[in-house]
Design a protein around this ligand. Structure first.
Ligand code: GLN
Length: 385
């Protein structure tokens, strides 16, 4: 069946996301799938039983639009404990259908036609389409291989009366880099006398390695006053398919967020929220995740020591970039496909996260996998010469 009239696409350049494309290719070729970021091991059985028990108790109807209050209270306790930040559970926290929805809704609530939004590049792929759908204009700041450091003076020079928002992401997907306290202070300083709103994507807040502490925007009160901060339960509790996350912002920003949220998803899965509220009471349920993933990162790295791939530093997230320039000079999109079809390991090419044509000879591999999966993938990668 085909719609007969002409369609003027609102996103003429958008195709299907690279995650969907590579996961499908991995399935078709029975490749080890280290492309799309999701764990191949189970979420806690205790958490799963909790969801089930709340379903059996009959908590199966709509949750409040903002999320259930007990979960919002647990979140505020955590924000205070970890980041010494005080948020009001009634008016400053909203439970969302994952991080992507939170980001989309925050952008939609804030960005007007003609507004400029500063986005780093490479960046996670959901930011700019949301800006464009609002009639906004993404303004890119390129982060250069291999360190991907932010030059804040370069960012400041882009500010003008149309600059409405800046989107940051720490730990960063796809590069695995993190912003330091100096970075966040600098952002606080350069935005001080502006109307710029910050969206801080912190979905990997618990996945930092080598003793680094997560520098949440929430730790910087002057910056937090202008910021939406986005978090994810799926990344923390190994259940990305539950699509549950949350967003935090000062009351006046959150009021605008909720105006859109209520007409978008309205509210999020009820039994899952009750289960998460119980599960979050125990700090150990989220505090051990950094060590857990650091072991996986190190296991994957040591299994690759005889390969021709070169490891880039991964300070956070569950992604490892591998430079393949000693193997081939082909385009990363071509090499990622060849690696999946001919060798049987799927990854994500980094160039798709840049806006302009950038030559990038690095692929992203997800190590949120069992040792068996990582071993199998590494064994294959060591054979690629
Ligand atoms: N966040 C996941 C990743 O980076 C992908 C989620 C998705 O497929 N949209 O791989």
């Amino acid at each position: 069946m085909k719609y007969k009239n002409s369609i003027q696409s609102k996103l003429p350049l958008a195709g299907t996301t690279i995650f969907t494309v590579m996961s499908k290719l991995a399935t078709e070729h029975k490749a080890v799938n280290l492309s799309q970021g999701f764990p191949d091991f189970e979420s806690s059985p205790e958490l799963i039983s909790l969801v089930n028990s709340y379903m059996k108790k009959g908590l199966n109807q709509y949750a409040p639009m903002q999320g259930i209050i007990s979960l919002r209270e647990r979140i505020c306790e955590k924000m205070e404990k970890l980041y010494s930040a005080k948020y009001n559970p009634e008016s400053e926290v909203t439970i969302t259908a994952g991080g992507t929805q939170a980001i989309f809704t925050a952008i939609t609530a804030m960005v007007h036609e003609g507004d400029e939004v500063i986005i780093f590049s490479p960046a996670y792929d959901c930011y700019s389409p949301a800006v464009e759908l609002c009639g906004g204009r993404p303004v890119y700041v390129q982060l250069d291989y291999p360190k991907y450091l932010v030059n804040w003076e370069r960012v400041r020079k882009l500010f003008n009366h149309r600059t409405r928002m800046i989107i940051i992401n720490t730990p960063q997907n796809p590069t695995g880099t993190i912003l330091t306290a100096q970075d966040i202070s600098k952002l606080e300083q350069i935005t001080r006398d502006t109307n710029i709103v910050v969206v801080s994507d912190e979905v990997y807040e618990h996945v930092l390695f080598d003793g680094y502490e997560h520098q949440s925007v929430a730790r910087f009160p002057k910056l937090a006053e202008r910021s939406f901060i986005v978090f994810s339960f799926g990344k923390t509790f190994h259940n990305t398919g539950w699509k549950t996350g949350y967003i935090i912002a000062p009351e006046n920003l959150m009021a605008e967020f909720r105006k859109v949220h209520q007409f978008n998803v309205f509210s999020v899965n009820t039994p899952i929220q009750h289960a998460l509220a119980d599960f979050m009471k125990e700090e150990k349920n989220y505090s051990g995740i950094a060590g857990f993933y650091q072991k996986k990162r190190d296991f994957f790295a040591s299994s690759l020591k005889n390969s021709k791939f070169q490891l880039l530093p991964s300070a956070g997230t569950y992604f490892q970039l591998l430079d393949y320039s000693k193997i081939t000079q082909e385009k990363d999109t071509d090499f990622a496909i060849r690696l999946t079809k001919d060798f049987g390991v799927a990854s994500i090419p980094i160039s798709v996260f840049y806006q302009k044509n950038v030559e990038s000879h690095a692929l992203r591999f997800c190590f949120a996998k069992t040792e068996e999966t990582l071993e199998k993938a590494a064994e294959i990668l060591c054979r690629v010469k």
